[in-house]
Design a protein around this ligand. Structure first.
Ligand code: COI
Length: 356
């Protein structure tokens, strides 16, 4: 493993005073981790430096052709004050899968993980204390060459920044309303839907903005071909409960293989729920809400954790799910997952990496 050079800041920032007002992703810590890749040389110069602006050529390829991929993971503070990560190696492995689709280099996962741990060690005091808060970690890879030809770049930058966060949605654990998007699509099979590339999120912003103007928190994407089948919400994968039976769209190449999705499916089986991954028609979901067999809907994601969905709107038909309240399945899974992440519940799956 390469050694990581560390330069500490002389001007540390004040930490947020009121952790109940953190929100999501607008405050950043004092340092960041950087590492460059040059074709022919590989990943070089892993370093931690004071958080600050990048100086980049306006012709840098990422600005024009969007070779940009990212990950999201979190540092959790246990009740005894110690810190821990949740499945961080899975994030680094997923970044390599995203990179391959985007014709970017495989990540040096070992050095990236060591850099993440070192950064967290330096920023330990930035990990918030209040229940439900954490330090959100954003590993990112971008193309750097100043070059307007549309080809794979030769120089990439990998960086990790960190942000103390509260809940992703202002609603917290209160159910959110989601608009089922029937005009725009997020991804098609053979495209980049399974990656965490910036373009997937860029393509979602217009629909998200229109949904917000209608009073919804986000959109639920349907498949890009027939616009019949449920895919994902963009910031989270979707699950539906029929009593103690949980169904979720199967991974088909256009849905993000969420690490929280995988964790919830594993925990659900271990808790005695039955789980099914399949193609889910939105018309069936609506019928099942109406006939009362579908009892709960919720999203899963690193940022969103488990986010109950209390209302779905599709083609101007609005349906309330579970009386607009969080249901017992979502609550149990939320308590179990966050219990493991914050060290209150035994981690029989060996997902936790203790840092202190
Ligand atoms: C995450 O859950 O970490 C994400 O990357 C989703 C989002 C905030 C874009």
């Amino acid at each position: 493993m390469k050694s990581i050079a560390v330069t500490l800041t002389n001007t540390p920032k004040a930490k947020p005073e009121d952790e109940s007002k953190l929100g999501f992703g607008s405050i950043f810590t004092d340092h960041m981790f950087l590492m460059d890749y040059y074709r022919g040389e590989g990943w070089v110069d892993p370093r931690i430096v004071p958080y600050g602006d990048f100086s980049m050529d306006p012709a840098s390829m990422v600005f024009h052709y969007g070779q940009a991929i990212f990950e999201g993971t979190k540092v959790y503070r246990r009740a005894d004050g110690g810190l821990q990560l949740f499945r961080p190696a899975d994030n680094m492995a997923r970044m390599t899968r995203s990179a391959r689709r985007m014709c970017m280099p495989d990540l040096d996962e070992e050095t990236a993980l060591a850099g993440l741990k070192k950064l967290v060690e330096i920023e330990a005091d930035w990990v918030p204390h209040q229940p439900g808060t954490s330090l959100y970690i954003r590993p990112t890879m971008i193309s750097m060459d100043a070059q307007l030809g549309v080809h794979a770049a030769k120089h990439y930058l990998f960086f990790i920044i960190a942000s103390p966060v509260g809940s992703y949605y202002k609603e917290g654990l209160k159910p959110v309303g989601i608009y089922v998007e029937d005009e725009y699509v997020r991804a098609v099979r053979g495209g980049t839907g399974f990656t965490k590339c910036a373009g997937n999120y860029a393509a979602s912003i217009l629909a998200g903005d229109l949904a917000e103007k209608k009073g919804y928190s986000q959109v639920l994407w349907l498949d890009g071909v027939e616009q019949k089948y449920v895919e994902e919400v963009g910031s989270m994968n979707m699950m539906f409960a029929y009593g103690n039976h949980i169904v979720t769209p199967m991974l088909n190449g256009s849905i993000l293989p969420g690490i929280t999705r995988d964790s919830i499916l594993t925990l659900a089986r271990q808790l005695g729920y039955t789980v099914e991954e399949k193609r889910l028609a939105i018309a069936d979901i609506f019928n099942d809400i109406k006939n009362g067999t579908l009892t709960e809907a919720f999203g899963t994601g690193t940022a969103a954790v488990i986010s109950p969905v209390g209302e779905l709107c599709w083609k101007d038909e609005k349906l309330i799910i579970g009386g607009g309240e969080i249901g017992p399945v979502a609550q149990k899974l939320y308590d179990t997952l966050t219990g493991i992440q914050y060290g209150r519940v035994a981690d029989s799956n060996h997902w936790i990496v203790k840092l202190s």
